[in-house]
Ligand binder design. Structure first.
Ligand code: GLC
Length: 537
């Protein structure tokens, strides 16, 4: 196999792409140290290809002190020895392409690691120096040695967003900004040298042949001029959304216009996907035709099993699509969110069947979609023992994202690593719960009715429906929530997705049911907590 054909139109493969998100430290461990790595991933690539996805998105594996599991980057153009070598990455990329998979990497431009050479140089340099101007390094009010930081901003991970740059100094009274942990100083994007530096980073990976980049916290690079106090400082955690001072500044769009031109200058053109955690009408401005290609539909990922909420958000996203031309990019899970099996369970034990229905629905919607590793085997959120938690958010604010980051179980036995590591005595970096052999890839492969097989069937069908012209990259989404709890998204006159979100079985709109997440009732109704694809062609 070579690179996958463009299922959709021309070179715009991303418009309909389904991407599998790999969290490298939890995917597959090749060297037996209990942490997933590139060697493990390389060995398991055929599995990912077997799902029928168009590509993978890899969260950061670049050199990093791992304060925020790699989102604190100390060298943007390398591979952390924990995960392997650059030569292994090149091998991985080549193999992925041979298997027909595109590869998207994470780039983290809002902040780096406090171990990044530029930040270390800034710490050593004098206040007011060009080295310090690469970051937001400021005096406190009145320039006092003690006392308050420069403004009232809070870190997303808890506590002040400012730390003293030289806590032990008797003379250096400056503070540096970190929207996340103190190990992640924010770059000063008002300094053109920062933009130049990142264009070099983009070129480095594009030149190596990566197909696209996912841009971390893409809306926050620029802060309001002068760094004024936030209106609602306690709300910074809420995706940096509610304080206009902290993110979503107009200036950031010029960055994505430049990056788009750079991405377009390659053949084939590279793709940009943004983590833009804003309301749909604001997020859509990042995917105007000359900016990024995709931005995750985040509001969708945070709602529960609620047809009215899905219909409202779906409609908002479709309005944005009509306004700006960019199709929605669906994701129900990622490494920061509570797993859907747990999120959709309102105590009645329906989490698995709902998560499966949600995933099938997602794969039928217009636009692109992301599947997070483990979603295809129904992994739930894990209550990781407090002493094992590694998320910096846990230590700073008591909220832990570790429960969605537990390593993937590959084999039914032996308990402990369940095939995640190559040796039985390896200890996974987060403990895998004892019963997880039954949710391993091996167990799901053996069960013809598993979500794993459903995902394969859905992606296979999706591809042929595109080839036959039943599905089009230009489909819209007419959403409605009916009184009986039925959620409907009509892509076109030819195809619709329906989800039974109420308590009783429901009759589907007219058409041929070509795939469903649960068997229909004997009366031909869709049972509660099931999704179906209905074709009228
Ligand atoms: C993004 C990442 C998250 C990380 C944060 C800071 O939201 O998905 O895991 O902690 O950015 O880089």
């Amino acid at each position: 196999m070579t690179r996958p054909p463009d299922a959709a139109s021309g070179t715009e493969w991303w418009r309909t792409a389904v991407i599998y998100q790999v969290y490298p430290r939890s995917f597959a461990d090749g060297d037996g140290d209990g942490v997933g790595d590139l060697a493990g991933l390389l060995r398991r690539l055929p599995y990912i290809a077997s799902l029928g996805v168009d590509g993978i998105w890899l969260t950061p594996f670049q050199p990093s002190p791992q304060v925020d599991q790699g989102y604190d980057v100390s060298d943007y153009c390398g591979v952390d020895p924990l995960f392997g070598t650059l030569a292994q990455f090149d091998d991985l990329l080549a193999t992925a392409h041979t298997l027909g998979l595109r590869v998207i990497l994470d780039v983290v431009p809002n902040h780096c690691s406090s171990e990044h050479p530029f930040f270390r140089t800034a710490v050593a340099a004098a206040p007011g120096s060009p080295e310090r101007a690469m970051f937001h390094i400021e005096d406190g009010p009145g320039g006092a040695l003690e006392g308050d930081p420069p403004n009232n901003w809070r870190s997303v991970f808890g506590g002040s967003a400012w730390s003293r740059i030289a806590p032990d100094s008797e003379t250096d009274r400056q503070w540096y900004l970190h929207l996340f942990s103190p190990g992640q100083p924010d770059w000063n994007w008002r300094n053109p040298a920062v933009g130049e530096y990142f264009e070099g980073v983009l070129r480095f990976w594009f030149d190596r042949g990566v197909d696209g980049l996912r841009i971390d916290v893409a809306h926050a690079l620029f802060k309001a001029e002068g760094l004024p106090d936030a209106d609602r400082p306690e709300d910074v955690v809420d995706g940096l959304r509610s304080n206009p001072q902290v993110s979503d500044q107009e200036e950031v769009h010029a960055v994505y216009r430049r990056w788009r031109r750079l991405a377009d200058s390659y053949s084939p053109a590279r793709v940009l996907v943004g983590e833009v955690n804003l309301a749909p009408h604001r997020a859509a401005r990042y995917t105007r035709p000359d900016e990024m290609h995709q931005a995750f539909a985040f509001t969708f990922a945070t709602v529960g099993w609620d047809p009215a909420a899905w219909a409202r958000i779906g409609t908002e996203l479709d309005t944005a699509r009509r306004e700006h031309g960019a199709p929605p990019t669906w994701a129900l899970e990622n490494h920061d969110l509570v797993r859907t099996v747990t999120r959709f369970d309102d105590g009645g034990g329906r989490g698995v069947v709902r998560a499966r229905a949600g995933l099938l629905a997602l794969l039928g919607l217009p636009g692109g979609a992301y599947i997070y590793q483990g979603q295809e085997v129904d992994l739930p959120e894990v209550d990781v023992p407090a002493e094992a938690r590694a998320d910096p958010m846990w230590t700073r604010s008591g909220v832990s994202r570790d429960g969605a980051r537990v390593p993937l179980p590959w084999t039914i036995a032996p308990a402990g690593s369940f095939g995640f590591s190559p040796t039985d005595d390896a200890v996974p970096w987060l403990p895998i719960p004892p019963g997880w052999g039954s949710m391993s890839v091996e167990a799901r492969e053996r069960d013809a009715a598993s979500t794993l097989h459903l995902v394969r069937a859905a992606l296979d069908l999706r591809r042929s429906l595109h080839e036959e012209g039943v599905l089009s990259p230009h489909d819209g989404g007419m959403w409605r929530a009916e009184d009986n709890g039925l959620l409907v998204c009509e892509r076109s006159e030819l195809f619709l997705v329906a989800v039974a979100m109420g308590d009783a079985p429901v009759r589907l709109p007219e058409g041929r049911i070509i795939l469903a997440s649960s068997a229909l009732t004997t009366e031909g109704l869709l049972p509660p907590d099931a999704a179906a694809w209905v074709c009228r062609a």
